[in-house]
Ligand binder design. Structure first.
Ligand code: BES
Ligand code: ZN
Ligand code: ZN
Length: 497
């Protein structure tokens, strides 16, 4: 976490100052001043083609005492006309990654040098706050020589115009970035260090930090409430299940309530329908949905919109002991529907079923569930787009609008009757939890949708996007914190209606 500072100073002292430079200028006043201090070297280097203005290329200029800052990073903007928010995100992520690589602790951005026609100081400040938080994030390691002692970025100063506007939006951007990093932290925790009880403890800490109402249901409560689907999955684990509930009340009345339901499987072995050994270790990320809704609540708790939100996280392990759920078992969900468990590895939809019913009972009249639900979504969309289904055009459009603002890819699959009919193919129960390989992500999503029972609902399958195998500019390999920002934005946009 870094401190944001606003300065009007001329020749500030920082490890690094960052300026953007477009192909054909314009040369902002601050660039002229820096060039002057550098005795014209900036322009000279450009003339000599030693300083690239190509989009995303960074040239480091050592100031050798001519400026108080030791180094200037000049980042190429390419054609100023083509620069938009998405492109600026990419550029700033590159800067952030370089800062991290160079172990810089104190940086100053000249935001006026990023100003182009269709972007104001507010937009730029937001992108800087958010993207620098994301791109300087580190995964906690457990090695003898830990990275805890490594130097971290501590100060981000801003120079340029409209500082008042820039100040607020940079902070807001940072809040978005930090909420995402919080989710990344949770996803990156191994299954032994984040059990359902640990997830409940984390939620408690979050609730205390922001003053949310918190309720954690224990196994006995679940039995009383008839949460047969969650209990069935947790039967095979020695770790007690938890149903985690957080409430944020931004309005006087608890009438209009958004329900965020996150899959909290802290480790998914597949159960008796055991997963293959090669990639099983990655299933510590199977609580990515829970992390996404908690990350979003971190943002909501800080920004305090006038919206009501209830979070419901069914949390359990999906492992095996002598009491484990068996293929062919018939279970009864909280809303009374029976389910034939054809495959114990399709456990996410089971626990979400009870999560959805419970969220509705708590007053949610809009439902958004988020889950690392299917391997099939990776086949369909790869690891760059979150797959979605919905029963409501308006809520779907709200998600798409928010996702376009946050630059997180979301693609909606069709919700058609033939898919819904595939769920009703059990000879002995109302629903079949694993109707087969065809349209696997759609049927999984629509299974969860059965428990919306007509309320506006969107399902987000983040199995492909919650984790990345290799580092990218906006974050290292591991948990991505995907959908934190889109969920938060969706909630914040509700305020404007
Ligand atoms: N947690 C998995 C889905 C998953 C796969 C998450 C890859 C992250 C990366 C889920 O519980 C699961 O195992 N789904 C099954 C469903 C099938 C049995 C119908 C799957 O996708 O194979
Ligand atoms: Zn599974
Ligand atoms: Zn799972």
């Amino acid at each position: 976490m870094f401190t944001i500072k606003y300065q009007q100073m001329r020749d500030p002292k920082h490890d690094v100052i960052v300026i953007g430079l477009a192909d054909k200028g314009p040369y902002r006043q601050s660039i002229e001043e820096i060039d002057k201090a550098l005795k014209g070297h900036l322009k000279e280097l450009k003339k000599q083609r030693q300083l690239s203005t190509k989009h995303g290329e960074i040239t480091k200029i050592f100031t050798l005492g001519l400026l108080k800052a030791k180094t200037v990073y000049v980042i190429g903007l390419g054609q100023a006309k083509q620069l938009d928010r998405t492109k600026l995100r990419h550029l700033i992520a590159k800067v952030g990654r370089q800062l991290r690589k160079d172990k810089i602790t104190d940086v100053g951005f000249y935001i006026d040098t990023f100003l182009v026609e269709h972007m104001n100081t507010e937009d730029i400040g937001f992108v800087i706050g958010e993207t620098i938080a994301l791109s300087t994030y580190d995964v906690t390691k457990y090695k003898e020589k830990s990275n805890a002692i490594e130097q971290k970025l501590s100060y981000v100063s801003l120079y340029g115009l409209d500082l008042e506007q820039g100040e607020k939006s940079t902070f807001t951007g940072q809040v978005f970035g930090q909420g995402t990093n919080y989710a990344r932290d949770l996803i990156n925790l191994p299954g032994n260090l984040l059990t359902p009880s640990d997830l409940a403890d984390e939620s408690r800490k979050l609730a205390e930090r922001h003053g949310f109402e918190l309720d954690i249901l224990e196994q006995g409560d679940m039995e009383q409430l008839g949460m047969g689907a969650l209990l069935a999955v947790s039967a095979g684990s020695n770790q007690p299940p938890k149903m985690i509930v957080l409430k944020y009340q931004g309005q006087k009345q608890w009438n209009e309530v958004i329900g965020l339901v996150g899959k909290g499987v802290t480790f998914d072995s597949g159960g008796l329908s055991l997963k293959s050994r090669e990639n099983m270790h990655k299933m510590k990320m199977d609580m990515g949905g829970a992390a996404a809704v908690l990350g979003a609540m971190d943002i909501i708790g800080t920004l305090k919109p006038t919206v009501n939100v209830v979070v419901v996280i069914p949390a359990t392990e999906n492992v095996i002991n002598g009491s484990a759920l068996k293929p062919g078992d018939v279970i009864r969900a909280m809303n009374g529907k029976t389910i034939e468990v054809k495959n114990t590895d399709a456990e996410g939809r089971l626990i979400l079923a009870d999560g959805m019913t419970f969220a509705k009972q708590l007053g949610a009249n809009y439902l958004i569930d988020v889950a690392t639900l299917t391997g099939a979504v990776l086949v369909a969309l790869g690891d760059c787009m979150t797959g979605a289904v919905s029963n409501n055009a308006e809520l779907k459009d709200s998600i798409l609008e928010a996702a376009s603002e946050t630059d997180e890819g979301v693609w909606f699959f069709p919700n058609a009757k033939p898919y819904r009919e595939m769920l009703k193919t059990s000879e002995v129960a109302d629903l079949n939890n694993a109707p087969g390989r065809l349209a696997g992500s759609i049927t999984a999503g629509l299974f969860v949708g059965e428990f919306a029972e007509g309320s506006p609902w969107v399902h987000l399958d983040i199995a492909g996007t919650a984790w990345r195998e290799t580092a990218s500019d906006d974050g290292p390999a591991g948990g991505t914190g995907v959908m934190v920002r889109t969920l938060a934005k969706t909630v914040l946009n509700f305020e404007e209606d």
